[in-house]
Structures are given as C-alpha cells and as structure tokens.
Design a protein. Structure first.
Length: 88
C-alpha cells in the first residue's frame, strides 16, 4: 500500500462486489467479463493507446437505436417509392 500512494501512473480499479458499495459501471456483470475488460484496458495503456471507455448499452439505448433504424428504413423506402413513381 505504501508504494501505491506514491505511484504516479495510471490506476485501474475493478468493480467487485463489496458490502456497502454500489458500482455504477460493471454492476451485474460477471467477474470474468469485468476482468477481461480490465485486461483490455491495461493492454491499451501499456501500448500507449488512448483509452477507449467501454460501457455497455442499456436496454433503453438499444430500443432507441432500433426505433431509429426502423424510422430510417421507412424514410428510405418512402424516398425509393417516390422516385420509382416519378421515373416510371
């Protein structure tokens, strides 16, 4: 612990379950998934890459993306239909 206080490099913290602590990111995920993400992060830092923050998408985000895709598909079909009527 003493060397950790004087360490000036990057720190990686794993959100593991503990009484009285509630983690915002990583909660509900398996320990192996969190460990894989931490290993990826450490590799990126060791190779001098910029750290990409890996966050999982919530169910609400997935639903919004799906709705946006369906709406975009409808717009494309409507434009294609309009163009086909004008040309033929």
């Amino acid at each position: 612990r003493v060397w950790l206080k004087t360490f000036s490099g990057e720190h990686v913290v794993l959100p593991t379950p503990a009484d009285g602590w509630h983690w915002v990111f990583g909660s509900g995920r398996s320990l192996s998934a969190v460990a894989n993400q931490a290993a990826r992060m450490v590799r990126q830092l060791a190779e001098g890459e910029t750290f990409r923050d890996v966050r999982t998408s919530s169910a609400g985000q997935i639903i919004i993306y799906l709705m946006a895709f369906i709406f975009g598909l409808q717009v494309i079909v409507a434009i294609a239909s309009l163009l086909s009527e004008l040309l033929f």
